[in-house]
Design a protein around this ligand. Structure first.
Ligand SMILES: Nc1ncnc2c1ncn2[C@@H]1O[C@H](COP(=O)(O)OP(=O)(O)OP(=O)(O)O)[C@@H](O)[C@H]1O
Ligand code: SF4
Ligand SMILES: [Mg+2]
Length: 334
């Protein structure tokens, strides 16, 4: 069950989002007037996230997860589709409108070593968003910083406020980055591979913080290439392949009854404790295709273990019940 906003719709609604990057032609390409080529990073992605819900966007490297996240926050411009946040169209918002909205939607990146400025103490880093948005007096900002640090488990905050990033562990840095996002009290948190650079022992702590935030009503879009993390924490999972969502549904349905051959292949390499649920690991043939030259028909067909001739020409849409859909012409037969 998802929580809708006051207008009765999910907080974030993304529809048919398209992001392309121009491939530099180089001098010879320009002189020879070669056609402009594009990286098709996101090719018509639709998803939604409600308040109090965690949605995982899962897929292998280069499939377009970060581009989707950045287009949602308008850190890159989209070429098509729409992004609505609490009913406001983000893709056409003015600069000042966007500035107001940015307070309500925050992104956390993968690398806690890069996301913190090594010159700043923790207190300065966490207070910076408040300073940028002109919020509160100095004393008020200090209180908010302390509260944000304690919310992410850096307690007592006094122990951390004066430290520089090099005086923190990787897990503590990621907590500081989360605190800096929370200090503005956003309603949507987009987290891009939040634990992939961290030691296994500290991952659980960071994921527990995100889980708690979701329980307190935040909408969380979590980007990960790790289906087991998605299975454990997300309410819903969207599986992405080469710029498209190929399967989406409640986490449990997607994990226990995957319908797209790509999801099945991803799941086949996830270790399972229960021996009855173990399946033979399925190694996909070929490399991830080049997003500059997307295959015809179903874009997964060159690697699909069950492809039929029709897959070379038929580009399937997401089909199935609203709560579990897959983009495969054979999906209904599984
Ligand atoms: N600024 C850019 N200019 C050109 N191509 C880009 C740019 N950013 C990303 N790409 C390309 O777009 C495609 C999607 O990239 P993106 O970073 O969104 O993938 P991803 O799913 O986040 O991958 P990863 O799991 O490795 O982070 C890739 O082919 C990438 O090389
Ligand atoms: S449409 Fe065809 S190629 Fe695509 S996933 Fe389904 S069976 Fe495989
Ligand atoms: Mg990425």
């Amino acid at each position: 069950m998802t929580n809708a906003t006051t207008n009765g719709r999910p907080l974030l609604e993304v529809e048919d989002l398209v992001v392309r990057y121009r491939v530099p032609r180089g001098l010879s390409g320009a002189l020879l007037r070669r056609a402009q080529r594009h990286v098709h990073a996101v090719s018509g992605v639709s998803l939604s996230v409600a308040s109090g819900e965690m949605v995982a966007l899962v897929g292998e490297s280069g499939c377009g997860k970060t581009s989707t996240a950045q287009a949602i926050l308008r850190l890159v411009e989209s070429e098509g589709g729409s992004v609505r946040f609490d009913g406001n169209e983000v893709t056409t918002l003015s600069r000042s409108g966007m500035r107001r909205l940015r307070r309500r939607m925050q992104i956390i990146y993968q690398d806690p070593y890069e996301s913190l400025d090594p010159r700043f103490r923790v207190s300065t880093t966490v207070a910076e968003p408040l300073v940028i948005h002109g919020i509160g007096s100095r004393a008020d900002r200090h209180d908010r910083v302390v509260h944000a640090l304690e919310r992410v488990g850096l307690a007592p905050a006094e122990l951390f406020v004066d430290r520089f990033p090099h005086e923190l562990s990787g897990g503590q840095r990621q907590r500081v980055a989360i605190a800096a996002s929370l200090v503005l009290e956003p309603e949507l948190l987009v987290v891009d591979e939040p634990v992939s650079m961290l030691d296994v022992s500290v991952r659980a702590g960071i994921l527990a913080i995100l889980d708690e935030l979701r329980r307190r009503g935040l909408a969380v879009l979590m980007i990960t290439h790790d289906l087991s993390t998605a299975a454990r924490f997300a309410d819903r999972i969207c599986v992405m392949y080469l710029g498209r969502i190929v399967e989406e549904g409640r986490a449990r349905d997607v994990i226990e009854r995957p319908r797209h051959p790509y999801t099945k292949a991803l799941l086949s390499v996830v270790p399972r404790k229960d021996p009855r649920k173990r399946v033979t690991a399925q190694v996909l043939r070929g490399e991830t295709p080049n997003p500059i030259e997307v295959p015809s028909g179903c874009r997964f067909h060159p690697r699909c273990p069950v492809a039929i001739d029709a897959c070379k020409t038929n580009d399937p849409e997401l089909r199935g019940a609203h709560c579990h859909r897959a983009a495969c012409i054979l999906a209904e037969e599984w």
